[in-house]
Write a protein that binds this ligand. Structure first.
Ligand SMILES: Cc1ncc(C[n+]2csc(CCOP(=O)(O)OP(=O)(O)O)c2C)c(N)n1
Ligand SMILES: [Mg+2]
Length: 562
């Protein structure tokens, strides 16, 4: 096709292509694409991480992708394919470029009750942007290129390639091929589509004329790497900024215009500011239920404008005064080139009001954030993390209470810090943190998870030790999944029976001891004053560390206000 084809095996072609795309790690449970793995050893320096479950492999690839912007690669043979598909759910919800490769059906044995086989393709359909089979080895080059193209383009997301043969044995076959790769699609964003300038200027005019505008920055801002432009525009025009959970690292929490995470797992100040605004500007946000507290913050009907790389997202939930289709960084840059600084004066009173709302939040929670109570309050743990994380840390956070505590109570303190969170799958954070550390080993990775979240993939402590993945994992260990407490209180009519509590509590566990047994560093923390020292020790350990923090099982995160 390109005039440089030569005879090679699928395994050689795939190994060369992964190398060409700059892939450094592949996360898998054997045995799939065995020959490719063998060939990778001699032709590349790609690390082939053999882990304890396909779902964890998908989460690791997802963490790798979100930390680096490069597609994360995970693999499973046919019997593990649905475990891998389950792990793509979070990548799908968070728009993370994960490429899943599985073994698949052989035409010769289909429908004959061959061992371990079902049709896996439908399971990947709802969690991928592109779900395809490779039946002929000659299709390796174009299909792998398409996988990288789709995963990284537009709103990024997962892709699935199923290779013929339960273990993808099509990689043993040979054809005339060229293992060409497209350099643009090595990472997100491959291109920066410029917006139509008339629409960008119309949106800018609305922002400049508004007296009480607020920006809601979503995951699209982080995917675009547009945080600096966002902050510059907000400063120039004096507009408060709220973020979604997925966009939390668009602006440090200690910035004077930051009002916090808005929505359901949120900070009260953000919801209050957004609900007082006369104009809401969504940037790189899908305006989903979590970010808008199920469309109560802001209320539908609040004047809105929106910037998104995907035109289908524009106006989905909020009718718009102005819609801009383009890359966030490119759109914000265009607006900055045309900005009227003088309009900022109009918003002095509004910024003061937003800052007073934030101050009131701090006054309300400073006691909890500094609490010396025993057992330790999760708010204190969040407060210690705000104070003591290095200024280039990657913070990885699980869902449920972990998402609420850290979304609401923790602040990033530097634009160099990154924040990644589970988009809903409990247990995501610990493996995702390991994947993030693989992608960016020079930065400290600190994961925050509850004990229920940690139990899911605790076996991966052994993986971290074996592969020297020196991430720090902080377990908010309260002996149960206590986010469920409120819901069970409700259905038991106020007071749960002991049987009711058995639905969400576990045996007490010392995770530090378990971690030590698996070869990691384990640090048990039972007093709030010990948290800072434990973090300092963990960050210089140069080994995987589990900090097991014993916390109050009755502590419940505040519910969202609307
Ligand atoms: C895959 C999956 N299953 C179930 C849930 C529902 N869920 C949300 S939070 C939670 C309990 C969380 O417990 P833990 O991680 O210990 O945090 P805690 O609430 O105790 O702080 C559960 C079961 C989920 N989010 N994802
Ligand atoms: Mg718990």
């Amino acid at each position: 096709m390109l005039g440089h084809n030569r005879k090679m095996s699928g395994a050689e072609c795939l190994a060369d292509m992964l190398k060409g795309y700059g892939v450094t790690h592949v996360f898998h449970v054997p045995a799939v694409l065995r020959k490719t793995f063998a060939v990778m050893e001699s032709r590349t320096s790609i690390k082939r991480l053999h882990v304890h479950g396909e779902k964890a492999a998908a989460y690791m690839a997802d963490g790798y992708a979100r930390a680096s912007g490069k597609p994360g690669i995970c693999m499973a043979q046919v019997i593990g394919a649905l475990n891998l598909a389950a792990g793509l759910r979070d990548a799908w919800l968070a728009h993370s470029p994960v490429i899943a490769m599985t073994g698949g059906r052989e035409p010769k044995t289909k429908f004959r009750k061959v061992y371990q086989e079902i049709d896996d393709m439908p399971a990947f359909e709802p969690v991928t942007k592109f779900n395809a089979t490779i039946d002929d080895v000659a299709r390796f080059p174009d299909m792998v290129r398409q996988a990288f193209r789709v995963a990284t383009s537009g709103t990024p997301g997962p892709v699935h390639l199923q290779f013929r043969g339960n273990e993808g044995q099509v990689d043993l076959e040979e054809a005339e091929m060229e293992p060409l790769t497209d350099p643009e699609f090595r990472r997100v964003p491959p291109f920066r589509p410029e917006p139509d300038s008339a629409s960008a200027l119309a949106l800018l005019t609305h922002l400049q004329e508004a007296e009480r505008p607020v920006i809601i920055a979503g995951g699209g801002v982080r995917a675009s790497g547009a945080a600096a432009e966002l902050i510059e525009l907000a400063q120039t025009l004096q507009i408060p900024v709220a973020t979604s959970l997925n966009g939390k690292d668009s602006i440090p929490g200690n910035h004077p215009l930051s009002v916090g995470v808005v929505g359901t797992y949120s900070r009260e100040s953000a919801n209050r500011v957004v609900n007082r605004a006369d104009l809401v500007c969504f940037i790189g946000s899908e305006t989903g239920g979590m970010t808008t507290h199920f469309w109560a913050v802001p209320k539908i009907g609040t004047p809105a404008v929106q910037i998104d790389i995907n035109p289908e997202a524009l106006g989905r939930n909020y009718p718009l005064l102005a819609a801009v289709n383009g890359d966030a960084k490119a759109s914000l840059s265009l607006m900055l080139d045309n900005v009227d600084k003088n309009s900022a004066a109009r918003r002095k009173a509004w910024v003061a009001e937003a800052q007073a709302i934030c101050k009131a939040w701090t006054a309300k929670y400073q006691g909890a954030l500094a609490s010396d109570a025993l057992p330790i309050r999760p708010e204190r743990l969040c407060g210690e993390l705000t104070r003591h994380l290095p200024d280039d840390a990657i913070v990885v956070v699980d869902t449920g209470h972990a998402g609420m505590w850290m979304g609401g109570m923790f602040d990033l303190t530097s634009p160099r810090q990154s924040y990644m969170r589970s988009a809903g799958h409990l247990g995501w954070a610990f493996p995702a943190g390991l994947g993030a550390k693989c992608a960016v080993p020079e930065r400290p990775v600190v994961t925050f998870t509850g004990d229920a979240g940690f139990w899911y993939h605790i076996a991966e402590v052994e993986t971290a030790v074996r592969w020297k993945i020196n991430a720090v994992t902080v377990v908010n260990n309260n002996g149960g999944g206590n986010q469920s407490k409120r819901g069970f209180d409700r259905v038991y009519g106020g007071e749960q029976t002991e049987g009711g509590r058995s639905l969400w509590t576990f045996n007490k566990m010392n995770f530090a001891r378990l971690a030590e047994d698996m070869g990691a560093v384990g640090i048990r923390v039972e007093k709030p004053g010990e948290i800072a020292g434990a973090l300092a020790q963990a960050l210089k350990a140069d080994r995987p560390v589990v900090i097991d923090v014993v916390t109050d099982i009755d502590a419940l995160a505040p519910l969202a206000v609307s």
